[in-house]
Design a protein around this ligand. Structure first.
Ligand SMILES: NC(=O)c1ccc[n+]([C@@H]2O[C@H](COP(=O)([O-])OP(=O)(O)OC[C@H]3O[C@@H](n4cnc5c(N)ncnc54)[C@H](OP(=O)(O)O)[C@@H]3O)[C@@H](O)[C@H]2O)c1
Length: 384
């Protein structure tokens, strides 16, 4: 029986994990669940899974939930400090990292430092602090197992001791595939949230529309698999069936295929190195065309920007991630236009003059904060 914690339990990946875990009561039990504000849903999940504790990062929401449910079963942690203490003390051995954004960094580090493997969906943590997260995992002897579908595919294709020539990250192209920059001037939040293949949280769906999601995944792949950026390429594959490919030095190329369903990478991460049966739809490749194209980096500049930030290294990816989070939330609040997301990120990256090697968490927190403030300032000129 594996005991786990689910970070971001009320989100899209969190709800998928909840279903996977509910189907495996003999194999997985849940010690704790974490969300931000959705107390009643988290409480219901905690009761259904017989969790020992649940935690809301938003202190006021956690305190309110405690007043509503004073019974203490499950116990309710309020605020991030309480949550980090619960994670540190938990007997769980695996933590699903499915919080959205930079907020996942501290719980991820705490889990690794306290003897837990991380099953990581939360790519922003790897983008903002990949070297640090890998260092902490290495020092504490813990594993980082990818849950992001592309990285799960790569993870399943790789074999120990087999040198890689290229990693091919597949990308659906998002809702605006084939559109020109001119077309993108007037797209709305609703248009951007209409992903053709995947049902996901709002932030990652907008990232998929700008293609910044693939840019973040490029940096994530570099850190997870220790591959140079020159060896990671992006391939547009509108059907989202081939989840990514690994080309080995002899030219042999392995791919992992399946319907777009996050339950598979979640379960693979939980079961690895075993495989558990799952009631999933089989592929019918006689009816399913598979097509591949190069990305349109002229219209979707995010890929180039992310690659440049990754190559610059140091704190540049931290700044990229923070500027993107701010710009995406302003777009979702309808304060800026879709194309302004990338314009703001480019300005913030240009303004960042203090790039340096990362030696610790404090530097990352400072760069993240600087980039958030800078992005908000820059965005004032883009408000509509
Ligand atoms: N969705 C997918 O299919 C998918 C696929 C691959 C990778 N990912 C990655 O997985 C992560 C989660 O994505 P998602 O689509 O599941 O996001 P989502 O639906 O927006 O859910 C986010 C979850 O994180 C919680 N959360 C947000 N801010 C928090 C904070 N400051 N402190 C604690 N908890 C916080 C939310 O709690 P509340 O509900 O209380 O706000 C919710 O449980 C992202 O990094 C994304 O890039 C997602």
């Amino acid at each position: 029986m594996t005991q786990i914690i689910i970070l971001g339990a009320t989100g899209s990946v969190g709800e998928t994990t909840f279903r996977v875990v509910q189907a495996e009561p003999e194999r997985v039990s849940v010690d704790g669940l974490v969300a931000n504000t959705q107390g009643e849903r988290l409480w219901a999940m905690g009761r259904a899974l017989q969790a020992r504790w649940i935690g809301l990062a938003d202190y006021a929401a956690g305190a309110a939930l405690r007043r509503q449910h004073p019974s203490g079963a499950p116990r309710i942690a309020a605020g991030m400090d309480d949550i980090l203490a619960e994670i540190a003390a938990s007997p769980a051995t695996k933590v699903i990292g499915a919080m959205s954004g930079f907020s996942g960094l501290l719980p991820t580090l705490t889990a690794l430092e306290n003897g837990k493997d991380i099953l990581l969906a939360n790519k922003e943590t790897m983008v903002a602090a990949g070297d640090l997260v890998q260092k902490v995992a290495h020092e504490s002897g813990q594993k980082i197992i990818p849950v992001d579908s592309e990285h799960s595919a790569i993870f399943q294709c790789l074999a120990p001791g087999q040198p890689v020539r290229r990693i091919l990250l597949t990308c659906s192209g998002g809702p605006f595939r084939g559109r020109s920059r001119e077309d993108l001037r007037s797209v709305t939040v609703e248009d951007a949230l209409h992903h053709p293949n995947w049902s996901m949280g709002a932030k990652i769906t907008v990232d998929s529309a700008t293609l910044m999601n693939k840019g973040l995944e490029l940096i994530e792949a570099h850190h997870l698999f220790s591959v140079p950026y020159e060896q990671v390429e992006v391939l547009i594959h509108p059907q989202s069936i081939v989840h990514s490919l690994v080309e080995f030095v002899d030219g042999a190329t392995m791919a992992q295929l399946g319907w777009p369903d996050m339950a598979v990478p979640v379960q693979v991460a939980l079961s690895w190195p075993e495989r558990w049966a799952m009631d999933s739809l089989p592929l019918d490749l006689t009816r399913q065309p598979l097509t591949f194209d190069p990305p349109d980096t002229g219209t979707f500049e995010a890929l180039t920007i992310a690659r440049q930030a990754g190559l610059a290294g140091g704190l540049m990816p931290t700044v990229l991630n923070a500027a993107n989070e701010v710009a995406v939330s302003l777009f979702m609040a309808r304060s800026i236009a879709f194309l302004s997301i990338i314009d703001i990120i480019k300005e913030v990256l240009n303004d960042f003059a203090d790039n340096e090697e990362v030696s610790g968490l404090a530097q990352i927190l400072e760069a993240d904060q600087w980039a958030r403030t800078q992005a908000a300032d820059v965005a004032m000129r883009y408000r509509q």
